[in-house]
Design a protein around this ligand. Structure first.
Ligand SMILES: Cc1ncc(COP(=O)(O)O)c(C=O)c1O
Length: 442
């Protein structure tokens, strides 16, 4: 048995069996020794800590559940993998192998999709900022361009002249779906007629034609009814522009936004209770298309789901570097992972699991990261047993938006591992080092 480490004695009031605002001190510890059959210790021993770990099995099961929910109701559906949610090559490849096309919002993401072998026609090019040259390449390669603003319409007309072609495009629209704040800065507004006028403007120029209508109403949307409203408004606009401008709307795109099973801060009920099922989202959208459709053919349906397809497949293993007792009596842990690599910690309370069962009573503890910055707090207060230097914590779900938004700030970005369907771990991104960080400096 290893010798217990010495800690200066302190007196902390712990109410046995009485729940405090932090929960019960007797609460069972959440222990996770493995991810998809691979031991946590083996992972950190081989790849170091902190370490992002993704489960291919979970990705595939999330994809299958959501895709089946839609395809069983509406066969003409295609998913576009939202690159910004997680654009690690290995992750994108999984989604493409499952049948997703790519949804990108910058020239960098466009190039990444092309470098993974995705044809232009299988790329949805969204976003408010599309540099002229990038737009021109996307047109030449037949990408699905979703126009955000009037400047882009002008650019596209210029490109049409330069290339001597007629360009099929889609527009992004924003709208009131009963969810506030409204995401009204992207695309053209539906309610005030801006979207309809933009289509008029497109047809006045005579160089472009409208083939798609797109919206993305927000992220972590907990109300399927918002999608019902969005679909209704898209279908209404479709009917109007087909009637008034002779447009033939080949597809509608309902964007992303479905919630993952993550615990949003300030939410009292657990994600298991409040997050709608894939079927509820699918029903809201597909039922409305069937109900609203007035033309001979049903439009193709695209979805750009990010978060709900990857969040729960991602874990972060982090290790205790040390701890101290703060003046208010709370125990403060120094971890090797902080807000530099856990961007979503501002909005979500992660599930925290331990690599083994620990002796001792749970007590309110703070999880601080490694940064020399006061804001580097992952959890303000969590009930934990006494942990030692080297103890591992496994945080989840962290698969969406954390790696792509991880900052190279103070420390290097960590390695990323994917555990495949047969339980084999693969390094899919090595940790940054001095060379990767400084190679463009002079
Ligand atoms: C245009 C667009 N599509 C798709 C997504 C993915 O959204 P989510 O991860 O909420 O599914 C986003 C994210 O904000 C987006 O801006």
């Amino acid at each position: 048995m290893s010798k217990m480490s010495y800690e200066k004695p302190t007196i902390t009031k712990i109410d046995f069996a009485m729940a405090s605002k932090y929960g019960s001190p007797m609460k069972a510890q959440r222990v996770r020794t493995h991810i998809d059959g691979v031991s946590i210790h083996e992972l950190t021993h081989t790849y170091g800590s902190p370490l992002f770990v993704f489960s291919q099995r979970k990705i595939e099961s999330l994809y299958t559940t959501l895709h089946t929910a839609f395809a069983s109701r509406y066969p003409n559906v295609t998913f576009g993998w939202s690159y910004k949610t997680n654009y690690l090559n290995a992750i994108c490849r999984i989604f493409h192998s499952l049948g997703s096309i790519a949804e990108v919002v910058s020239e960098f993401e466009y190039q990444k999709a092309r470098s993974l072998g995705i044809e232009g026609r299988d790329i949805i090019f969204n976003g408010p900022y599309k540099p002229y040259d990038a737009l021109k390449i996307a047109v030449q390669e037949g990408a699905k361009i979703h126009v955000d603003n009037l400047f882009e319409i002008n650019d596209l007309e210029k490109i049409a002249d330069e290339l001597g072609v007629h360009i099929p495009i889609a527009i992004r629209i924003n709208m009131d779906t009963g969810i506030y704040p409204q995401w009204s800065r992207f695309g053209f507004n539906y309610e005030n007629g801006e979207a309809y006028e933009a289509v008029g403007r497109i047809y006045t120029g005579g160089k472009l034609s409208l083939v798609g209508i797109h919206t993305h109403i927000g992220t972590f949307m907990l109300d399927p009814n918002a999608y019902k409203i969005a679909t209704t408004k898209i279908m209404r606009l479709k009917e109007e522009v087909e009637r008034d401008f002779g447009a033939i709307i080949d597809y509608i795109d309902l964007g992303g936004g479905f919630a993952s099973k993550a615990n949003l801060k300030g939410m009292y009920q657990s994600a298991d209770v409040i997050v709608p099922t894939a079927d509820e989202y699918a029903h809201a959208i597909t039922d409305t298309i069937h109900l609203m459709n007035k033309s001979e053919h049903l439009p193709k349906l695209y979805l750009e789901t990010g978060r709900a397809l990857i969040d729960e497949a991602g874990y972060l293993i982090t290790s205790v570097h040390g701890y101290k007792r703060f003046p208010d009596g709370k125990k403060g842990y120094i971890l090797d992972a902080g807000v530099n690599i856990l961007y979503t910690s501002s909005w979500f309370n992660f599930t925290v699991e331990l690599d083994r069962a620990y002796h001792g009573l749970n007590e309110p503890s703070v999880l601080n990261g490694p940064l020399c910055m006061n804001i580097d707090v992952i959890e303000e207060s969590i009930m934990l047993p006494p942990l030692d230097r080297g103890s591992c914590l496994i945080l989840s779900p962290v698969g969406a938006y954390n790696y792509t938004q991880a900052m190279q700030f103070i420390r290097y970005k960590p390695s990323v591992v994917l555990i495949d369907n047969v339980g084999q771990a693969h390094l899919i991104k090595a940790m940054d080092d001095l060379a990767t960080v400084t190679h463009k400096e002079f």
